[in-house]
Design a binder for this molecule. Structure first.
Ligand code: ATP
Length: 144
C-alpha cells in the first residue's frame, strides 16, 4: 500500500483505459482524482470513483484550481485526440508535475509526448496485443 505522501494520483480522460487505470489504482489503495471534460462521462463514473470532476485539462488555470500541482503523479489517458493529449501533457509539464504518464496511440504520438515532457509513455493496445500473442503461444506450447 502507498504511503500518505505518495498516494495521490490524478487520471485525465475516462475512456475505457482511463477508467480501468482509475479503478485499479483505487483498488490498490491510491487516492484517485479522475478528470474528464465530458459531463456525461463524469456523471457515469461518479458513483464508482470517489473523486470525479469535470474540466478541460488543456486549460492550465483549471488544472491549478483542481489542485493538480499537489499531485506527484498524473496519468494522461486520452487516446483518440493526439492534440488534446499533447496539450494536456504540456500543461502538466508547465505546472511542474513531477511524474507524467501518458498514453500514446502511435510512435509519432509517443515522440511528441516525450518532447513536451511526458516521463513515461505507454501503448495500451500494443501491450495487450503482445500479451495475448504470448498467451496464445504459451498455451500452444502446453500441447507440444
Ligand atoms: P478508450 O480507448 O480508453 O475508451 P477513447 O479513444 O474512446 O478511449 P479518448 O478520445 O481517448 O476516448 O478520450 C478518453 C476520454 O478523455 C473521453 O472521455 C474524453 O471526454 C476525455 N477527454 C478528451 N479531451 C479531454 C480534455 N481536454 N480534458 C479532459 N478530458 C478529456
Amino acid at each position: 500500500r502507498p504511503g500518505p505522501e505518495e498516494s495521490g494520483v490524478a487520471v485525465i480522460g475516462l475512456g475505457r483505459f482511463g477508467w480501468h487505470v482509475s479503478q485499479s489504482l483505487t483498488a490498490l489503495g491510491y487516492d484517485v482524482l479522475a478528470v474528464d471534460e465530458n459531463p456525461r462521462i463524469v456523471q457515469r463514473w461518479s458513483d464508482q470513483l470517489s473523486r470525479v470532476v469535470q474540466a478541460d485539462a488543456t486549460d492550465e488555470k483549471a488544472l491549478r484550481q483542481l489542485g493538480l500541482t499537489d499531485f506527484g503523479r498524473v496519468v494522461v489517458a486520452i487516446g483518440a485526440s493526439v492534440e488534446a493529449s499533447v496539450l494536456v501533457v504540456l500543461a502538466l509539464a508547465e505546472l511542474g508535475v513531477p511524474e507524467i504518464w501518458a498514453r500514446a496511440t502511435s510512435e509519432k504520438h509517443a515522440k511528441i509526448l516525450d518532447a513536451v515532457g511526458a516521463d513515461h509513455v505507454v501503448f495500451p493496445e500494443a501491450a495487450t496485443g503482445e500479451r495475448v500473442a504470448h498467451l496464445i503461444v504459451s498455451k500452444m506450447l502446453d500441447f507440444i
